[in-house]
Structures are given as C-alpha cells and as structure tokens.
Design a protein around this ligand. Structure first.
Ligand code: SAM
Ligand code: DTB
Ligand code: SF4
Length: 345
C-alpha cells in the first residue's frame, strides 16, 4: 500500500490547485474512492459551551472581545445542560459531539467541568471532540485520560498570511498545541479558513502545513469564512466558490485517509455547490441549526440533501466495518475499469 507523502512543496500544491477543474475533481474522486465509501458522510454536531468575550483578536471571529458583534458574553455552560444538548444531537443522528469554548486556553479551574462533560457525552455513545484554544501537555493528557477522542485546533491560514489575521498567538503556538494533542494520544482535527483575502499560494501553503505534519490530522475542516458584522473581515469580497471546491479537492488528494470536513459556510452555499464539495472528497459536515454562534442549515434540509444525493450518515468507525469495506472494494474495482466515453469503432 502506498504511504501518503509528508514532503509536499508549496509549488507542487499550487500546481494542483491550478489544474483544470474537471481533471482536479477526477483526481480527487479517484483518491477518495480508494479510501472511503463515497456515499457516506460523517456528521458532527457543534455546541458553544462558553460563548463570547475571547481575549484573542482573530479578525474573522464574532467571539473576539476586540470587536463589537452584539454577542452576549456567557459563562461556561453547566454540565447537565451540555449533556441535554448532546442527547438531542444524538437523537437527530449525530455521531460526534464537538464542544467549543471562546478561550485563549482552558484554565485549571475549568478542567473538572470539562472532564465531566467528556465522560457524560461518551456515556451517551457519542464520539467526543473539544476545541478550547491552546493546550499544554498536562491539559492534553488530562482530556485524553477522560476519554476525549478528538481535539480541534486550526492553523487557520498559511504561516505567511497569518500575521494579517491574528496577532495574539503565534503560528508556532498552534503547531505546539497540535503536537501536545498528538503526543497525548488524541485524534487531531486541524484545518483552516478560506475566503479571508488570502492568495492561492496561501491556500497551498496552509495545506502543505497540514499535510507535512508527522501524521495527518484524522479530520481536516475546511471553513468558508462566515462574514459577521463588526469583525474586521465583514466586508471582504466573496471568494469564487470554485476556489473553495478546489481547496477541498486538494486537501483530499494530499491527505487521502483523513475526513475532510465541509465546515463553516454551508448556510450560504447552494445544494449544488455542496454536492460539488462532496464530489471533490469532502466527507464530513457539521449537522444541526447552529455552528458556534452563527447559523448552519436546518437538519431536515441536510437529510433531504443526503437523500437526493444517495448519501447516508457514516456510522461510528464506519469504514472499518466489513460491509462498508466491500462497498469500497467494489467502487474501486469499477473505478479501475477503463472508461469509454464514445464508440471508437
Ligand atoms: N477559541 C478556540 C480557538 O480558536 O482555538 C476554539 C474555538 S474557535 C471559534 C474554532 C475555529 O472556528 C477557529 O479556529 C476558526 O477556524 C473557526 N471560525 C471561527 N470564526 C469563524 C468564521 N467567522 N468563519 C469561519 N470559521 C470560523
Ligand atoms: C471548525 O473548523 N469550524 C467550527 C469548529 N471547527 C469549531 C467553528 C465554525 C465557527 C463559525 C462561526 C461561528 O459560528 O461562531
Ligand atoms: Fe477566540 Fe477562538 Fe474566536 Fe480566536 S477563533 S477569537 S481564539 S474564540
């Protein structure tokens, strides 16, 4: 079996991003079929367990205390209320529950509550994920020992463009948190945002950072910037949606075994654009009416879209299961048959 590369150069990745669209999607879909059932999409539900008044200055973020976005500041939610939300997410069909906090990093006094949340959500039979800002080695170990499956921490953009987006923490800080999470034995969820005025080369450079990590993140969220009034990025021009699809496709090619998440921004995407993203290799979404503070498509609209596309939610560890392995095998075999577009006789 071929091992994925970890030595990508930005110029290689720019070349991929600039390929003719149809060729790029074909390549991405071929890689996707080798590793996944193309008709399954993993669904996670997000909950903001601590909203607003964040000391960081991320220019895209409605929760930063540096900008006036009209968000009410809230304290850390009570454990029982978090568990009630997790139960509701499970009833709607989510397989993973992601809890996010508007913090630079968790404080020691928060840890006992976070640990209770993880244990309670796991007891419901859901996979657990948290995104709480920077973690030191000890915090990462404590979360892992409580049963946290995934930790989300995004690189957000390229190292070159990073200073135009955030000044209160460094790129190196982010890489260090990812290392602490990995060393503690948790699965890594790391990706970024596109549509922040970055160049194509910045998108390539972000993907190179992710793909050249010692081990690929198991989950790679690609967020389309959600423009929120009051943030410095509220008035940026829209990115060409095809550039978003290209970014998804190249993430798929570079990180063949990772779940690539069509993350924030779906509320402003047509069904057709989302279908293109699935075709390009996206196989995970956030499911439920709200992301952290902004809107996401209604759950029943997503289920309708899945039905129209013949997609089913991926069960837990779905692609290890024998039945799904057989489906993948068939799909790959079909893919390997030479395709004839016209009768040459
Ligand atoms: N405060 C923690 C941190 O930043 O590490 C965790 C929560 S933070 C909201 C998680 C991620 O959400 C950010 O890293 C960013 O990638 C994404 N995000 C936040 N605001 C966004 C927006 N307006 N559009 C798209 N993605 C956004
Ligand atoms: C990620 O990459 N995107 C999610 C999740 N990880 C935590 C957050 C999106 C937030 C969008 C803006 C909001 O709703 O506040
Ligand atoms: Fe705070 Fe996270 Fe928003 Fe940055 S992205 S301002 S760290 S909540």
């Amino acid at each position: 079996m071929q091992h994925p590369r970890h030595d990508w150069q930005v110029s290689d990745v720019c070349d991929l991003l600039e390929k003719p669209f149809n060729e790029l999607i074909y390549l991405a879909q071929s890689v996707h079929l080798q590793h996944f059932n193309p008709n399954q999409v993993q669904v996670s539900t997000l909950l903001s367990i601590k909203t607003g008044a964040c000391p960081e200055d991320c220019k895209y973020c409605p929760q930063s205390a540096h900008y006036h976005t009209g968000l009410d500041r809230e304290r850390l939610m009570q454990v029982q209320n978090v568990l009630a939300e997790a139960e509701a997410a499970k009833a709607k069909g989510a397989s993973r529950f992601c809890m996010g906090a508007a913090w630079r990093n968790p404080k020691d006094r928060d840890m006992p509550y976070l640990i209770e949340m993880i244990k309670g959500v796991k007891k419901l039979g859901l996979e657990t994920c948290m995104t709480l800002g920077m973690l030191n080695e000890l915090q990462a170990k404590q979360l892992q020992q409580s049963g946290l499956d995934y930790y989300n921490h995004n690189l957000d953009t390229s190292p070159e463009f990073y200073g135009d987006v955030i000044t209160t923490r460094t790129y190196q800080d982010r890489l260090q948190t990812l290392k602490n999470v990995r060393d503690a034995g948790m699965k890594v969820c790391a990706g970024g945002i596109v549509g922040m005025g970055e160049s194509l080369s910045d998108r390539a450079s972000l993907l190179v950072q992710l793909a050249n990590l010692p081990k690929h993140p198991e989950s790679v969220p690609i967020n389309m910037l959600v423009k929120v009034e009051g943030t410095p990025f509220a008035e940026l021009e829209d990115l060409d949606p095809f550039e978003f699809v290209r970014t998804v496709a190249v993430a798929r090619i570079l990180m063949p075994r990772s779940h690539v998440r069509l993350s924030a921004g779906r509320e402003n995407m047509s069904d057709e654009l989302q279908a293109l993203c699935f075709l390009a290799g996206a196989n995970s979404i956030f499911y439920g009416e709200k992301l952290l503070t902004t809107a996401n498509p209604q759950a029943d609209a997503d289920l309708r879209l899945f039905e129209r596309l013949g997609i089913e939610p991926e069960p837990h560890q779905g692609y290890d299961d024998e039945v799904h392995a057989a489906v993948i095998e068939d799909a790959v075999q079909e893919q390997q048959q030479p395709v004839r577009y016209y009768d040459a006789s």
